[in-house]
Design a protein around this ligand. Sequence first.
Ligand code: PMP
Length: 308
Amino acid sequence: MIQAQYIWFNGEMVPFAEAKVHVLSHALHYGSSVFEGIRAYKTNRGTAVFRLHDHIQRLYDSAKIYRMPIPYELEEVKQACRDAVCQNGLESAYIRPLAFYGFVGMGVNVPPGSQAELMIAAYAWDAYLGEGSAESGVDVCVSSWNRLAANTMPTGAKAGGNYLSSQLISGEAKRHGYKEGIALDVHGHISEGAGENLFVVKNGVLITPPVTAAILPGLTRDSIITLARDAGLEVREEALAREALYLADEIFMTGTAAEIVPVRSVDGITVGSGRRGPITEQMQSLFFGLFDGSTEDKWGWLDPVSKD
Ligand code: PMP
């Protein structure tokens, strides 16, 4: 159950119970929303939001694809995210900004001049794929549902409507007893999990599907690519066949909510030793080291919530 005191809504901090929309909101009927999922971590230098600028830039990029005007400056939205964490008294948090069309009429196309509404919630959210999943790993399956085809709906936009695809993929997986589903793209190549990107490790090389494989280009994915290369590891973005999952030495999934989670089996076939592999563990410690200071933040990824 999500609990918070305040939600930033259209420029104001409003009490949780008062952050409401009309039942005729456009987004509710037609999926016309774009959003972000961001984490703030308790670090050795106070609470900091991870890659805040990049997440809010992606929010604006998603809105741009749909020609959705967000009536705030990017810097204002960044500050509202920091404020949402602080005003709710959170030391670590999941932050959910959402821009959406509200009660602007019932036509599929919004009337010219319509602007998005914006809300930002911040709340505590634990391990997305279950307690202990970062150590023990998860069992996943390949979904019978494909990801969206190019030129149908853009997977590079983090848009509300896209998550119907994610619901089909993860819902099917859970009904069959798996923690998560991995989707192929319409060409049969590996795409991503319902809410996570995917890395395969083979002979010491990290391989992840390219942006053309109907993925959301995740910021955790980008962070892992950067950290791995910085540590001298080889990383390739290339198309992967389904059997690469069965023959991998290690597989891990990445996402803001999921963080970095090892995969211990795919379709009942054990991945590698069936335990978290050494490269997965190395990537976890480099990633989480950013927050305890053992990994130097060379990229300016940590954005403190209070500037004093
Ligand atoms: N793919 C999908 C479909 C997602 O929903 C997410 C989570 N935002 C990701 C990948 C991972 O992206 P990120 O690392 O930026 O959270």
